[in-house]
Design a protein around this ligand. Structure first.
Ligand SMILES: O=C(O)CCC(=O)C(=O)O
Ligand SMILES: [Fe+2]
Length: 183
């Protein structure tokens, strides 16, 4: 498990570096504020759900991190929201899925968009996936790479997590980045 997490961490850093570089910034920009103690692996198991094929395995959400790398088995069920339509991701055990998270959207000032996704349960088969979440240290300022036309106010990962937790407790769902809009 540690070897796997290490490989995912290296890949996430490499990809984040390329995406940051692509915006004209030092490839270490995110790596500098990331912390191995807040990055984590989530092992997901979705039991077969014979009641209805329309049952969620995981409700629609965006990830509260910089970058997510996902490995899934051959069962399928992951869907992404693209142009307001849910698109099924073809299951491929030999491929990794890379999702932009909320924090990268904020840092890039909306150049990169955090993708909304969900998992539909399978009627007959259980499904497994493993997700690696690249996260900053709790107290580092996420800010934005831009200095003008800022969309979000500065916040820390701790502020973000607290806000998400508060919204889930009070409203039953995550509100997300719109809580941090400047206008
Ligand atoms: O199981 C999947 O395909 C997605 C998992 C996921 O979105 C998550 O753990 O945040
Ligand atoms: Fe997710």
């Amino acid at each position: 498990m540690e070897v796997f997490a290490g490989a995912m961490a290296n890949l996430a850093e490499l990809l984040a570096g390329i995406l940051v570089n692509n915006l004209g910034y030092r490839k270490e920009a995110l790596q500098d504020i990331c912390d191995s103690s807040t990055c984590f692996l989530r092992l997901n198991r979705y039991p077969a759900c014979p009641i209805s094929p329309e049952m969620f395995g995981l409700v629609p959400h965006t990830d509260s991190d910089f970058l997510t790398i996902l490995s899934q088995d051959e069962v399928g069920g992951l869907q992404l929201l693209k142009d307001s339509k849910w698109v099924a991701v073809k299951p491929n055990q030999d491929a990794l899925i890379v999702n932009i998270g909320d924090l990268f959207q904020a840092w890039s000032n909306d150049v990169y968009k955090s993708v909304e996704h969900k998992v539909m349960a399978n009627e007959k088969r259980e499904r497994y996936s493993i997700a690696y979440f690249m996260c900053p240290s709790y107290d580092s300022l996420i800010g934005s790479c831009r200095s003008q036309s800022l969309i979000y106010r500065n916040f820390t990962f701790r502020d973000y997590r607290n806000q998400v937790q508060q919204d889930v407790q009070k409203l039953g769902h995550k509100v997300g980045l719109s809580r941090f809009l400047l206008r």
